[in-house]
Design a protein around this ligand. Structure first.
Ligand code: ADP
Length: 345
C-alpha cells in the first residue's frame, strides 16, 4: 500500500511557540523592513534622550510579517516591560482596566487585532491614550458619578491586518503608523539561515533559498517551512538540511513551487471550478470552503492578490489567467485588454 503523507494543519498554539522561540529580541536582529527599522531607531534614541515614553503606534500588514516582533523589540531596547492582549479578548471596558492600571511608567501595552476591539472599549481608552487617565463611572442613575483616575505614561501599540476597519478617531490617536510589506527572497533566505542556526540545524545556502522561495513573502511561513524541513531531516536523515531534502519535505507537505499550500490551491480550485473563475463574493467563497471570511481575507487572499492570481472587482473576487495556468486549466475566454488576462462575463 502506498504510504500516505500525513501533514496535519498545526494548531495555532504551535505557531505561537515557534514564533516566540525564533522572534528577534533586538532591533538589529530584525531583518528587512529597512525604512521602518530606521524610523524606529530614531524614535528609540529620542525616547532614551528625552526620557519620555514613545508615541502610540500602529502597525498594519498581513499576518506573520513582524508586527508583534516590532512591538516586542521596542521594550527590550528600552529595558522596559510589555503587556500583551488582543482586540477580541477585550469585550468590555472592565477587561481593559487592569492592563491600564498595571502599566508601569514608560512601559508598553500591545493590542493585537485592534480592529476587532468593540467600540465601547475603544472609547474607554481614548482618555488613556491622550491624557493618561481613565474615567470610571461609579453607581448608576441619579447617584452615578465619574471618577477620573490618573495612569502612568505608557505606549500603546496596536497591530492590525485591516487598518481600514479601524475607526477614524482610533486611527488618529496613533501618532505613528507603520505598514509592513512582504519580504524579498534575500531577506527571507537570511531569516531562514539565522533561524536554522538558532535551531542548531545545518542548512546549505541553496536549501535556505528554496525554503525562502516557497514562504509566500512571509517570515512566519518561512519559519514554519523551516520547522517542517528540520523535522523531516531529523526523521529521514542526519538532521542536516540540503536542497534535495527540502524538495522532498515540501513535496510531502504539498507546498508547490510558488509556495502555495493545499488551502491556497483549494481556494483557486473553488473559484475556478465552482464559480467559473468568478466574480465570487467572499462570503460565498468562505461558505463553500467551510472557512471563516477572516481566514480568507487575512490569510489566503492577500498573497494570491499580490501574486496576481486573484483580483478584487466591485462584483467580487476573480481568478486571473495566471491562476488558471497555475492549476493547469484553460479559461473559457479571456479579455486580451486586461493586464491580468481576466475572464470576461
Ligand atoms: P505578526 O505579528 O505580524 O503576525 P510576528 O511578529 O509574530 O508577525 O512574526 C512571526 C515570526 O516571523 C516571528 O516570530 C519571527 O520569527 C519572524 N519574523 C517576523 N518578522 C521578522 C523580521 N523582520 N526579521 C526576522 N524575523 C522575523
Amino acid at each position: 500500500m502506498a504510504r500516505q503523507p500525513i501533514v496535519q494543519a498545526e494548531p495555532p498554539d504551535e505557531d505561537k511557540k515557534r514564533d516566540a522561540a525564533l522572534r528577534p529580541r533586538l532591533l538589529r536582529e530584525v531583518i528587512g523592513q529597512k525604512s521602518v527599522k530606521e524610523r524606529m531607531e530614531i524614535l528609540l534614541r529620542a525616547a532614551k534622550k528625552l526620557k519620555e515614553p514613545m508615541s502610540h503606534m500602529l502597525f498594519d500588514g498581513p499576518p506573520g510579517l513582524g508586527k508583534t516582533t516590532f512591538a516586542t523589540v521596542l521594550p527590550n531596547e528600552l529595558g522596559t516591560s510589555i503587556q500583551m492582549t488582543s482586540g477580541p479578548a477585550l469585550t468590555k471596558p472592565a477587561d481593559m482596566l487592569p492592563f491600564l492600571t498595571n502599566a508601569a511608567e514608560g512601559s508598553f501595552l500591545f493590542i493585537d487585532e485592534i480592529h476587532r476591539m468593540p467600540r465601547v472599549v475603544e472609547e474607554f481608552i481614548y482618555p488613556a491614550m491622550e491624557d493618561f487617565r481613565v474615567d470610571i463611572v461609579l453607581g448608576d442613575g441619579l447617584n452615578a458619578r465619574t471618577l477620573s483616575m490618573p495612569l502612568k505614561r505608557f505606549t500603546l501599540i496596536g497591530a492590525t491586518t485591516r487598518s481600514g476597519m479601524l475607526s477614524g478617531p482610533m486611527r488618529d490617536r496613533f501618532k505613528i503608523h507603520e505598514h509592513l510589506d512582504y519580504y524579498t527572497l534575500e531577506e527571507l533566505s537570511e531569516i531562514v539561515t539565522v533561524n536554522a542556526r538558532k535551531l542548531n540545524t545545518p542548512i546549505t545556502p541553496d536549501a535556505a533559498h528554496e525554503l525562502a522561495k516557497r514562504a509566500r513573502g512571509t517570515p512566519r511561513v518561512a519559519n514554519s517551512r523551516l520547522w517542517w524541513a528540520r523535522s523531516y531531516a531529523v526523521s529521514e536523515s542526519d538532521g542536516a538540511i540540503d536542497l534535495k531534502l527540502v524538495l522532498a519535505a515540501l513535496k510531502m507537505a504539498e507546498v508547490d513551487e510558488s509556495g502555495l499550500d493545499k488551502q491556497d490551491r483549494r481556494y483557486l480550485e473553488v473559484i475556478i471550478n465552482v464559480f467559473e473563475g468568478g466574480p465570487a463574493g467572499v462570503e460565498a467563497m468562505a461558505a463553500t470552503m467551510n472557512l471563516s471570511v477572516d481566514t480568507l481575507s487575512d490569510d489566503i487572499e492577500p498573497y494570491l492578490l499580490r501574486e496576481q492570481m486573484l483580483v478584487r472587482t466591485p462584483r467580487g473576487r476573480m481568478a486571473t489567467l495566471k491562476a488558471f495556468q497555475h492549476l493547469g486549466k484553460q479559461p473559457k475566454k479571456t479579455d486580451p485588454e486586461s493586464p491580468q488576462g481576466l475572464l470576461f462575463a
